[in-house]
Write a protein that binds this ligand. Structure first.
Ligand SMILES: O=C(CO)COP(=O)(O)O
Length: 254
């Protein structure tokens, strides 16, 4: 079975109630390919999850942007996987580079979070990606493999994981990876999964690209054989996100 195109919108720490309502009404009115062709998930800040769930069209789903590493309890400021499940939130983004870099989340911590979230029944968008310095020193694959290994060491069933390759230098910078750069890492990552998990996992796991994806560059990126969709930041707050969802059509005609 082919890998269904996946388009995630990561709203990050943005929005007011009115702005969220506006984004949702734009999404709800949009004509996009069917659920058989594309899986669409938007990720509002925690506080807007209930509002988003209550008003978002049923063929789109929601993701939280993070969750706690284990069972909830005395962890002030955290939100547990159990709470997300209780709310009926199906997805969670884990290991975003902003959390790795600004909040010091290590590969191991991210791996533990992924394993715990999966154990509670959440589906996970797990983020990996190198910094500019790491790319320039030639260690991109080493970094991405180590980040993925920390997950693979703790997880055996990859059915509910989507990997988001998000080069840090491309996030929020307007400096998008070229289609060839994205394809190269996605291909290497799939090879890594083939060797270190199983051929079936490598074949079926979706690897999506994130980093300055927009309405103008999405088709060419999405046309790469190992690019199975996107995780979109800035452009997911704009009507342009609909064009990015429509980029799923490039796979249909491929
Ligand atoms: O971090 C991202 C998605 O998670 C990408 O952000 P931008 O699309 O704003 O570069």
């Amino acid at each position: 079975m082919g890998r269904k195109f996946f388009v995630g919108g990561n709203w990050k720490c943005n929005g007011t109630t009115d702005e969220v309502k506006k984004i949702i009404s734009t999404l709800n009115a949009a004509e996009v390919p069917s659920q058989d062709v594309v899986e669409v998930v938007v990720s509002p800040p925690y506080v807007f999850l209930p509002l988003t769930q209550a008003s978002l069209r049923p063929d789109f789903h929601v993701a939280a942007q993070n969750c706690w590493v284990k069972k909830g309890g005395a962890y002030t400021g955290e939100v547990s996987a159990e709470m997300l499940v209780n709310l009926g939130v199906p997805w969670v983004i884990i290991g975003h580079s902003e959390r790795r870099q600004l909040l010091g989340e290590s590969n191991e911590f991210v791996g533990e979070k992924v394993a715990y979230a999966l154990s509670q029944g959440l589906k996970v968008i797990a983020c990996v990606g190198e910094t500019l310095e790491q790319r320039e020193s030639g260690s991109t694959m080493e970094v991405v493999a180590a980040q993925t290994k920390a997950i693979a060491d703790r997880v055996s069933d990859w059915t509910n994981i989507v990997i988001a390759y998000e080069p840090v230098w491309a996030i929020g910078t307007g400096k998008v990876a070229t289609p060839a750069q994205a394809q190269e890492v996605h291909h290497e990552l799939r090879k890594w999964l083939h060797a270190n998990t199983s051929p079936a996992v490598a074949e079926s796991t979706r690897i999506i690209y994130g980093g300055s994806v927009n309405g103008a560059n999405c088709k060419e990126l999405g046309g790469q054989p190992d690019v199975d969709g996107f995780l979109v930041g800035g452009a997911s707050l704009k009507p342009e996100f609909i064009d990015i969802i429509k980029a799923a059509e490039v796979k249909k005609s491929a």
